[in-house]
Design a protein around this ligand. Sequence first.
Ligand SMILES: [Zn+2]
Ligand SMILES: [Zn+2]
Length: 148
Amino acid sequence: MATRESSGHCLCGAVRFTGLGAIGPAEVCHCGACRRHGAGPLMSVYFSEGVRLDASDALKWYASSKLAERGFCGACGSVLFWRMHGAEKPSVSAHAVDVRIESIAEHVFVDEKPEWYDFADSAPRITSATMRERLEAYLEKKRAEEEG
Ligand SMILES: [Zn+2]
Ligand SMILES: [Zn+2]
């Protein structure tokens, strides 16, 4: 099967990329860091084969924690990517890609969501405690891989 390609770009067009492979449903993160950085919950998608950067001179990365960093356009400020440090494939802003997103997979860090907004979909709601468990499992797997 040929790799599917999905174009995407920031608001000003200085950062352009291509999502490679199958595109997953959106994950919506309600954590405080995502909301502060992006003026709303981070709605991101994941490409099975990762992302190819086609124009990235304006792309800036901000290490928002010891574990992860956020990619954005240094010219227009568009929030574009999120990834664990050292991860190959970033999560990509669902609003920066030009293809239609089918649905929401899940909402995460829902206990950090303020009460004054709500989504009407019925996707699973995942708490920060569960996300911490997932993170531990991810780090454990990574450690095991590094030890080879
Ligand atoms: Zn831009
Ligand atoms: Zn978040």
